[in-house]
Write a protein of this length. Structure first.
Length: 169
């Protein structure tokens, strides 16, 4: 893979992968690091990509796995333990506006309080408008598991906020 091809991939998929990483770690700085790591790993090992799946799906899976690794890391645990601010400086005004919109939306705030397995299915289903089958493929889970997580996530949101209307998102 040439550097030009990598730049093209980064331009096409970078913003989307950044959002995916942010959904998991809730920190723009860490999300950017995760996406950078994903592209570096892909550049070094792109021969492993066998084109059985869409490149975006492949990169998304890599981002999800890298994000989950971050959530298991000492760095994240230290971040939680010492109460460091999740809201670090935003890299540009566009990202800041996006972040402010998230903070203003009660539904998203409630979604972010959910554990990752519930949060990810809600985000993919309602915000990325993916089908149950697509989510199951992305997360390498059974469709019944995804349906169950989606239902549990809705119930958890209802407990947090009196009957949030998810269909209106």
């Amino acid at each position: 893979m040439t550097e030009e091809a990598l730049r093209k991939l980064m331009d096409e998929h970078g913003d989307y992968l950044l959002k995916v990483a942010f959904y998991y770690c809730k920190n723009w700085g860490y999300a950017e690091e995760i996406v950078q790591d994903v592209f570096v790993k892909f550049y070094k090992k792109n021969e492993q990509f066998k084109e059985q799946a869409n490149i975006r799906t492949y990169l998304t899976k890599m981002t999800i796995n890298q994000s989950k690794d971050y959530l298991k890391s000492w760095r994240y645990k230290k971040h939680l333990l010492f109460g460091e601010s999740v809201d670090q400086a935003m890299p540009d005004p566009i990202t800041k506006v996006f972040h402010e919109r998230i903070r203003q939306n009660e539904v998203l705030a409630s979604v972010f309080r959910l554990k990752a397995p519930y949060r990810e299915v809600l985000i993919y289903y309602y915000f990325e408008e993916k089908s149950i089958a697509e989510i199951a493929l992305l997360l390498n889970e059974n469709e019944r598991t995804i349906r169950s997580r989606l239902q549990r996530a809705r119930n958890k949101l209802k407990l947090n906020k009196d009957l949030i209307d998810l269909e209106g998102i």
